[in-house]
Design a protein around this ligand. Structure first.
Ligand SMILES: [Fe+2]
Ligand SMILES: [Fe+2]
Length: 414
């Protein structure tokens, strides 16, 4: 029960308390899934050394901290903060509608996919990399982001488990471009961010696949091996003098953390470049929302809330705010339930109010029946195509529905 799970600071942790969730960036810590009762002070020092600052404790299974906030209270105050951010006007406006951009974006993405596939394979075989197709792909992806960023956003969320590294590489590239585009940097910088994002994990091709694809927890030794992908990637890219330094930064810094708990150099705060800080945020967000062989993807609104929570320590809070503003709390393709009892998928942003997007309703949750898909503009009143509102994001896994399918069908894409 959520009311018994409370969030505490490490200074409040005592032997006899039961850790229900280590609230840390799980990419950096091999023991993130462990739930255990704290038996001795030595364990507390160990956790402190690992840089973990806050935890969730289960007060039904261990000692309570009376004045600590429950999970529900924490989530409520996070949602409030996120809504405040969304009240600030988003910076990108689409020049093409989603229906016309989707097929173009799909073709661009397919080519980008082939390009990254070839580059990663060449890297693995020790061949010289041909990077000009990567630049071409980044340029075309940038153009698509400028026309309508939602198209690539939807398409990059459709992933197959078996080729995670390709999808992940491209998603990180696309999201990094989107963030740079919204920050108003030059086109060349957006393109460099795209190339850097797409190549940020190139070092992984040199890691033993048994470690790379191991389900569950890595041993300390395996984790040390895994961390080497940063160094491998940077040295592979550094040999190409035509690449600007910005292209190398995502590979170099995407595992550094704002509070100095990352790797490989434990850089802290503004020792990490802005591009590196953005790459770190996007890398974790994409990993959280992706389906892997060993975990199901988290729905975007929940991942955004998690990122926001971690932003207090692991990420630059200002950049997390920018990120949330760029992708919105309900990215297109998100499953939501409406006040009317309908289940719907977010189909279009409303640039003036990110909490009231257009949605396509396709299922009646309480009656448990499919309904004729129809679009509702949540910014409008009843009788004017609106009159409903989002109560909460839903986890598509618990409903057994694929919102992407309904959205693409609605858009005439499949
Ligand atoms: Fe990585
Ligand atoms: Fe990554």
């Amino acid at each position: 029960m959520d009311e018994y799970v409370k969030k505490i600071h490490i200074d409040q942790l005592r032997p006899g308390m039961y850790i229900a969730d280590l609230d840390c960036g799980w990419m950096s810590h091999p023991f993130w899934l462990t739930r255990f009762k704290v038996k001795e002070e030595a364990q507390i020092s160990q956790l402190r050394d690992a840089g973990i600052v806050e935890f969730y404790i289960d007060t039904q299974k261990g000692i309570d901290v009376f004045d600590a906030q429950s999970v529900n209270e924490v989530n409520l105050s996070l949602d409030k903060e996120i809504l405040n951010i969304l009240a600030e006007k988003p910076s990108h406006a689409a020049t093409a509608d989603l229906g016309s951009e989707l097929p173009r974006a799909k073709a661009i993405l397919e080519r980008a996919h082939e390009t990254i596939h070839t580059v990663l394979l060449d890297a693995k075989l020790g061949r010289k990399l041909n990077l000009s197709p990567v630049r071409d792909a980044a340029m075309q992806l940038t153009e698509s982001v400028c026309r309508n960023a939602d198209a690539l956003n939807i398409l990059t969320r459709i992933k197959e488990k078996d080729s995670y590294i390709f999808h992940h590489s491209i998603s990180v590239g696309v999201l990094l471009m989107l963030l740079q585009h919204d920050a108003g940097v030059s086109d060349d910088e957006v393109i460099d961010a795209g190339i850097g994002g797409m190549l940020h994990d190139i070092g992984k091709v040199y890691i033993d696949p048994n470690i790379l694809n191991k389900p569950g927890k890595l041993t300390d030794l395996e984790f040390a091996e895994m961390r080497k992908h940063v160094g491998y990637g940077v040295s592979a890219l550094k040999s190409y003098q035509e690449l600007s330094y910005d292209v190398i930064l995502p590979a170099l810094e995407h595992h550094e953390r704002y509070d100095g708990t990352g790797y490989p150099f434990q850089k802290k705060g503004d020792q990490i470049s802005i591009l590196g800080q953005k790459a770190a945020i996007i890398d974790v967000y994409d990993a959280l929302t992706s389906e892997r062989c060993y975990h199901k993807g988290m729905p975007p609104p929940m991942a955004i809330r998690k990122m926001f929570e971690w932003s207090k320590h692991h990420f630059n809070p200002q950049i997390v705010r920018e990120f949330v503003r760029s992708i919105g709390i309900y990215p297109v393709g998100t499953l939501v339930s409406l006040e009317s009892g309908k289940l719907a998928v977010v189909s279009e942003h409303n640039a003036d109010d990110l909490t009231s997007p257009k949605v396509v309703a396709f299922f009646h949750a309480s009656k448990k029946i499919h309904i004729q898909p129809h679009e509702i503009d949540l910014a409008r009143h009843f009788g004017f195509g609106g009159g409903d509102r989002i109560i909460r994001p839903e986890d598509e896994r618990s409903w057994g529905v694929d919102p992407q399918y309904y959205l693409q069908q609605w858009l005439g894409f499949i």
